[in-house]
Design a protein around this ligand. Structure first.
Ligand code: URA
Length: 207
């Protein structure tokens, strides 16, 4: 299942973010804001339970989020630009990290770091990786995450290429994907077109 988050605020901010002359500071801020807005969509069906509380006027039963805390899984390094905004909306979430780099020749994902919280089997995992390009790193990240048996997994990106989506869905048809846009295609270097360039470089001001 693919969910395109087509809220006008998300789409407006995404347009600004794509612009090539946008400063690092502005890029980071926009990515943060988009992540906050996407967090609403991604967490929409989070289960709640009623608890008894007392307002200044009366007792009532009111909903709170049920069960163990969500775990955001940031795929380094661009995932961290998404993570901050998500954490602002879901401050109690736990955080896991997966370090993958893309071999520049083969585009195959190579793992260099993996750290998750305890009790993964009781947690809903939300994997954060802004660019679903070839899909190889997303496929590898989710494959590795599945070894920890989380209760559920969702994958959240900012931009997706059709090739990456097809690759991801072929390997993980059970994992819903949330994206702000599906772009045209990949170029010969595995970059998304029209895309926004290298998300990590733009986020951290490296090149
Ligand atoms: N990673 C990026 O940061 N950008 C792309 O276009 C593809 C992969």
């Amino acid at each position: 299942m693919i969910h395109t988050v087509d809220h006008p605020l998300v789409q407006h901010k995404l347009t600004l973010l794509r612009e090539k002359d946008r400063s690092t500071n502005s890029f980071r801020r926009l990515l943060h804001e988009i992540a906050m807005l996407m967090a609403y969509e991604v967490t929409r069906d989070t289960p709640t339970q009623l608890i008894e509380i007392e307002t200044p006027l009366a007792r009532m039963r009111s909903p709170v989020i049920d069960g163990k805390k969500t775990v955001f899984v940031s795929v380094m390094r661009a995932g961290s630009g998404f993570l901050d905004g998500m954490l602002e909306v879901v401050p109690g979430a736990r955080v896991g990290h997966i370090g993958l780099y893309r071999d520049p020749k083969t585009h195959v994902a190579v793992e260099y770091y993996f750290k998750m919280p305890q009790d993964m089997h009781e947690r809903d995992a939300v994997v954060l990786d802004p660019m679903l390009a070839t899909g190889n790193s997303a496929v590898a990240a989710v494959e590795r995450l599945k070894e920890t048996s989380p209760k559920s997994i969702r994958f959240v990106c900012l931009l997706a290429a059709p090739e990456g989506l097809a690759n991801f869905q072929r390997h993980h048809p059970d994992v819903p994907v949330f994206t702000a846009a599906i772009d045209e295609r990949l170029d010969e270097h595995g970059y998304i077109l029209p895309g926004l360039g290298d998300a990590g470089d733009r986020l951290f001001g490296t090149r």
